[in-house]
Design a binder for this molecule. Structure first.
Ligand SMILES: CC(C)(COP(=O)(O)OP(=O)(O)OC[C@H]1O[C@@H](n2cnc3c(N)ncnc32)[C@H](O)[C@@H]1OP(=O)(O)O)[C@@H](O)C(=O)NCCC(=O)NCCS
Length: 192
């Protein structure tokens, strides 16, 4: 294997935050290269870093799902482009068929959003490698707390050692969880 590719695998293993982009750029130049951490089920390809064009594809996929009802496509695109970690699954035609993303400070906290496979590919164990890749992404793997919300996929996440938050370690001091809910601004931001 070329020293450059060996070095990229090492950078990924070491958790270099710039590795995911570098790995995807190298895969474009060396399409035969298949690093072990991106091993995917036959006929599929895992992506450890997605780019602007993918955001439109992911936005289209994810605008159709119930939890994104009412969120304009351009805001979905913006949300994906500005995620700290964003991984995908492509089929043999290069179509994006699965996506998962997270906002992370890369050390303490991460929040996972928008985990989804297209309808016809669900319940075939494709979600597992996609989600595993997200959890192992350099921007997430060191985070001590990783949160998400789910309506009905709890069993899926239990396989990755998630627990209901109220059953996890409690702080020794009183702690009240607060949220700010705001109305959307009347005009979308001009630049995505
Ligand atoms: C959630 C999702 C990504 C899981 O991927 P998947 O490929 O369908 O799941 P897998 O085939 O890898 O399933 C692994 C296990 O999780 C379970 N599971 C998957 N989705 C589940 C769901 N919605 N509810 C309960 N269990 C689920 C499966 O039953 C399976 O368990 P088993 O080993 O006991 O049979 C996919 O089903 C999906 O996109 N669902 C619609 C969008 C969604 O709800 N996303 C999650 C939002 S929090």
């Amino acid at each position: 294997m070329l020293p450059l590719l060996t070095d990229l695998e090492k950078r990924w293993e070491e958790g270099d935050l710039a590795a995911p982009l570098a790995v995807e750029l190298a895969r474009k130049a060396y399409p035969q290269w298949q690093p072990a951490f991106l091993a995917a089920p036959p006929g599929f390809r895992l992506r450890c870093h997605l780019i602007d064009d993918d955001a439109v594809r992911a936005g289209r996929l994810l605008s159709q799902i119930y939890w994104n009802e009412g969120i304009p496509l351009e805001e979905m695109v913006r949300a994906h482009r500005h995620s700290t970690a964003w991984v995908g699954l492509e089929d043999a035609n290069g179509e994006l068929v699965g996506s998962a993303r997270a906002i992370s400070d890369t050390a303490k906290w991460a929040y996972i959003y928008d985990v989804m496979l297209i309808d016809r590919l669900r319940k075939q164990r494709l979600g597992e490698p996609l989600f595993e890749l997200l959890l192992n992404h350099p921007a997430l793997r060191r985070c001590r707390t990783v949160r998400l919300d789910t309506k009905d996929a709890e069993n899926f996440y239990l396989k990755f050692a998630f627990v209901r938050t109220e059953l996890g370690p409690q702080r020794p001091w009183r702690s009240i969880n607060l949220s700010l809910y705001r109305k959307p601004l009347p005009h979308a931001q001009p630049s995505l």
